[in-house]
Design a binder for this molecule. Sequence first.
Ligand SMILES: [Zn+2]
Ligand SMILES: [Zn+2]
Length: 254
Amino acid sequence: MTEFLTVFLISYVLHALGVTIGYHRLLSHRSFSCPRIVEYFWVMLGYLAFEGSPIWWATIHRAHHRHVDTSLDPHSPKFGYYNAHVGWLAGDGYASHIDPAIQSKDLINDPLYSVLEQGGSWRRAHITAFIIGVVFRLFVLVVFGWVAAIASLLAAVAVLQIPLLLNVICHFPRLGYKNYARDDDSVNVWWVAVLAMGEGWHNNHHAFPGSAKTGMQPWEFDLSWQIIKLMKKVGMASRLNVAVPNNTIVSVTD
Ligand SMILES: [Zn+2]
Ligand SMILES: [Zn+2]
């Protein structure tokens, strides 16, 4: 049991950081810079939690910010909770107003991401992510045994739920609070921040989407930001965009 819990917890934190640091703050928002190998490390940790194509994920997320809580938002709970949770995943390909060739120009020519994108087919890209995720667990099985393999698989499945849950909970005004008055429904929810490595401070994030730091108040602990800061300290990140109290974002490069 101890082995199971240890592997589960470590895997959960690493895969969740792969989603928050890799897919979200790095690919979707370019809130900091780092060497390509470091970027791939974080993104692949998220990929192994069955998150699907990085280009697809970032493009959909950018559309969410661009059209937040309007009818063009891919997953706003304003238009149904089921749709905001998993219903929006039913279609294959992109909606007509979402085009990675236009909105994710910085990602589409990357050799790794373009292979994982599978020509823009959501289903093919997710089947590819599923197969690679299972092969990775078979590797864990051979090297570390079945307890570690099952713990790793369950941690990945748990991490997969987090962004889906966040899409609904953090756009449900009654479940959280706002630091910043905005037209959208985004709110900060402390327990989502715990489960999602700091991403639950979602009203802050919608106020400053380009900021690598989302916890703004002293009590708003943001593990992903602490890791990004540590990366900067040890030379693994070269530029951090950080929101500051006068409602602007500054780049820290020294
Ligand atoms: Zn949002
Ligand atoms: Zn975002």
